[in-house]
Design a protein around this ligand. Structure first.
Ligand SMILES: Nc1ncnc2c1ncn2[C@@H]1O[C@H](COP(=O)(O)OP(=O)(O)O)[C@@H](O)[C@H]1O
Ligand SMILES: O=C(O)[C@H](O)[C@@H](O)[C@H](O)[C@H](O)COP(=O)(O)O
Length: 216
């Protein structure tokens, strides 16, 4: 199966093995479930889609599962609170759980700003991995301003998300931290290389095995 996404091309076989340039990515038998997380504008949708294509995984954009009230609130420039996010996250947990039970690989784009939100998502798969896209406020704002077709608006909302963000803990959370100044292709390649290395050493995304990946 030939796949092409957002400037990243890959070839996936029925076994879930994909060729990325010269290398191949082999996933564990039951697939992998990954959440691409971070504040608005960090590249969750763009990088997440490309990563899913590379892995031969399903891609879900968490934004598509907000109820009308949440979307309307954000469009008015009002940040969501814990209560607003709870029902939304509960629906995403169901989708993760479904993929885990069916042994499907899944890449989910979801801000996952607080530790408690990530813990809630792990209810769908205890082995859930996180790809944290980290960048400066300046670069985030630049990318948000260039994006016109989206309900999320304004520097104030970005600042609220930056203030809300609880950076994932290297010691206790399965997290890859990536610098968003790299190209989407480089970011996807870094995750694929790490997955392959982890799989090869049979330690797939174990807690405390965080890899801080350089922006290549
Ligand atoms: N690594 C990157 N390099 C350059 N542009 C990027 C990168 N990641 C995302 N973008 C662009 O930045 C904007 C925000 O990305 P998006 O995926 O919508 O972020 P999010 O889903 O986290 O809000 C989009 O226009 C996207 O094409
Ligand atoms: O938790 C939240 O407050 C929202 O879900 C938020 O995280 C998300 O960022 C918006 O839905 C905007 O969408 P983008 O993050 O895709 O810009």
């Amino acid at each position: 199966m030939q796949q092409q996404a957002e400037g990243v091309s890959s070839t996936a076989s029925a076994q879930g093995s994909v060729a990325l340039d010269d290398e191949s990515v082999t996933l564990p038998e039951g697939g992998v479930r990954l959440v691409v997380m971070g504040v608005s504008g960090c590249g969750k949708s763009h990088v997440g889609q490309a990563l899913a294509a590379c892995l031969g995984a399903q891609f879900i954009d968490g934004d598509d599962y907000h109820g009308e009230a949440n979307v309307a609130k954000m469009a008015r420039g009002i940040p969501l609170n814990d209560e607003d996010r709870h029902g939304w996250l509960a629906r995403l947990v169901e989708l993760i759980d479904e993929a885990r039970r069916e042994g499907r690989s899944l890449v989910l784009a979801c801000s996952s700003l607080k530790r408690r939100y990530r813990d809630q998502l792990r209810g769908g798969d205890a082995a859930l991995g996180f790809v944290f896209l980290e960048g400066t406020r300046e670069l985030l704002l630049e990318r948000l301003e260039a994006r016109t077709d989206h309900f999320f608006k304004g520097a104030a909302m970005l600042d609220d998300q930056l203030a809300t963000l609880e950076v994932p803990e290297r010691e206790t959370e399965r997290v890859y931290t990536l610098d968003i100044s790299a190209t989407p292709q480089a970011l996807v390649e870094q995750v694929c290389q790490q997955l392959t290395a982890q799989h090869a050493s049979s330690k797939a995304l174990t807690p405390g095995a965080d890899s801080r990946l350089s922006a290549g």
